[in-house]
Design a protein around this ligand. Sequence first.
Ligand code: ZN
Length: 496
Amino acid sequence: METLDTYKAILGEIGKLRSAKSLLAWDQQTHMPGAGSAARADALGKLSRLGFELATSDELGQCIEELEARDDLSDEEAASVRDVGRQYRRQKAIPPDLFEAFTIAQSKGQAAWAEARAKADFAHFRPNLEKLVDFARQFAEYYGYEDTPYDALLEPFEPGMTSRRLRKIIEPLKAELVPFLERIAAEGTPPDADVLVGSFPVNMQREMSRRTLEIIGYDYGSGALDDAPHPFTTEIAHGDVRITNRYEEDDPVSGLFGALHEGGHALYGQGMGENLYKLSLSDGASFGIHESQSRLIENQIGRSRPFWRFFQPIIGEFLPQLAGVDAEALYRAVNVVSPSLIRVEADEVTYNFHIMLRFELESALINGETAVADLPALWNDAMQRYLGVSPNDDADGVLQDVHWSMGAFGYFPSYMLGNLYAAQVATALRADRPNLDAEIEAGDFEPLVSWLREKVHQFGGVHRAEDLIRRITGEGLNAKHFIDYVVGKFSDIYRL
Ligand code: ZN
């Protein structure tokens, strides 16, 4: 068989295993009875091993080497070989025994973290975290890096991104937004958040989310909406991109914004052609670019004034207590700025501070500049510096996120980059579509989604994040767009 055909056949096999794995994992979070968890873990483990064997096979390695030397590949094929080759080399770089020891440390780490978090006792998690940091440091050495070990861990989430570059991006953000947050607190007129206080039936919220997803263009013919403890989107296969969401009885909008966020991810997945799935390019340009698609729909659109002018009668239809609240009051109430302890509850002004803090701490850990034992004190100190608040205990502080307990270091910056990419893409979108606000206010999301399809979705992972942003906006990542967006929007809301 011709090398390219062999290569595609191997990716096809890996893709089928991955699809089965995603479906089992989705079911685990949505419908699986609790007593099925041990058998499910076994089945998932088996599929992972089979996938790993294929993804690190000598046959695939030979295909990659031969295809890398060729210049007759299409753009999609070349991008596929670039990314699959990169993953292949990373997986081959780690000795199998070390990787197996790591997976054991991961599952022990998650169990210890869950217990430590429940008891607000960092000491219980500390020895596990020390081991996971040690693994990550060893992996970084095997992967290789130019500047700092941490850069080797950023790579799979944001190919091409470095700590040095991140620091440069963070500098102006911090310089502009820390004083802006202080100004909001000192001089701002806060919105009246009490208009959203009440009890709102979960089944009505679920139906509202279902309808909202339909309105923004999510296709139920190739998707599904289910409940899960933590919202996520999963691309099971081409033609099967599912969303999960959760609802809070005492909060009428957290489920709605969860649906809009996941809807943004899902539109990306539904906007990619079958070819991208077959070539293993369906994860998108980077984690940050994926997050930009969710943030754009959730915040740039969902937390905008035109959206609430459109949505006011709809929320009133599903949640009749809110029928009498006008669009402007709803718009203001969903944009309250308040420095909080918890990242996932943060507003648009303060969210990135939570990421800066995590980046500061995890890069110091991986680069050997900080000891795990010092984390809680450093965390609380950084919370004061960025947000002016400190947690009462470690459950609301250093123990709040699951990522480190899985040994996932280098993931957090993608959340911040998602916000920055979203603002930059939205600037280009508004320049291309001067009537966007009127379209949103009329409930016409088709032009918006078509634009995203044409500029972002259809390419999947063909272009690297930086190249994609350059193609769309004519410049590399620039935090200025986010700063302008946030300062403009919240100066108006807080009447500064
Ligand atoms: Zn997301």
